[in-house]
Design a protein around this ligand. Sequence first.
Ligand code: NDP
Length: 281
Amino acid sequence: MGIIDGKMISSKVKESITAEVEALKQKTGKTPGLAVVLVGEDPASAVYVRNKNKTCKNVGFQSFENILPADTSEKKLLDLIDELNKDEKVNGILVQLPLPNHIDSQKVLEAINPAKDVDGFHLENVGRLVTGNAAFKPCTPAGIIELLDQYKVEIEGKNAVVLGRSNIVGKPIAFLLLDRNATVTVCHSRTKDLPAVARSADILIAAIGKPKFVTSDMVKDGAVVIDVGINRVDGKLVGDVDYESVSKSASLITPVPGGVGPMTIAMLMVNTLRAFKDSLS
Ligand code: NDP
């Protein structure tokens, strides 16, 4: 069994971005900028936003933090997005989800200029992804593909099973794997005999948000297991995979923490750099 070290790979990705940003700064006198918008005080979201800002600074980006109170109106948020769309210093806009219930998240995501949509959630970018013309790949799925590539996991022709069908993880990773010529099956809460489907996987991606849901009886010997889950149990972070038992039969596995998580932020930086470079041409 081998461990897929997401922390190490994400550091490599960030180092290469830092070097490229420095070179571009010398050449153009400009710096990539990412605006992060947080509405409300959800503690997990606040941590994500802090980490995103910190990473921006580490790689040499400008970061623009917009923290709004929980009772901010939808109109006020849309006005801010409009301002950020027009701001030349801002190359990427990220609205931290979930938004409070009184705000229509889809409407807000659709208001972001697709050229600055570094999360890849605007319908134009979703359409591009589904048709195999992705501009901005959603960060977590893009991070998973980067991990598979860095560990030289062959994707073409393999059976890939994705547990979970959310718009931010399950569906986009299914399309990215399909693009790479895997045979993809997507499971969800109505799937019949999920363990049997999971056992057919050469590559198993767990993104359901249920601690230690995937046990060793659901995993084929030698499978590659990617655990996207982030669950807090008794103050500890636990994935969707029962690491103890599954790591004995998997050929490669991501730990939680230190697997997919760090890659998500690294890929956000990749997308922001891309938006910056596109803005120069
Ligand atoms: P969602 O809650 O949006 O989606 C969960 C999916 O899992 C749904 O499609 C649901 O099915 C399915 N599901 C839930 N329970 C079961 C079950 N018992 N059997 C089969 N399928 C089930 O979650 P997300 O995709 O947003 O996130 C998934 C996990 O990944 C969470 O732990 C989250 O914290 C983590 N995450 C981690 C990230 C990272 O950077 N590492 C980034 C994003 C998320 P149905 O559609 O039928 O309801």
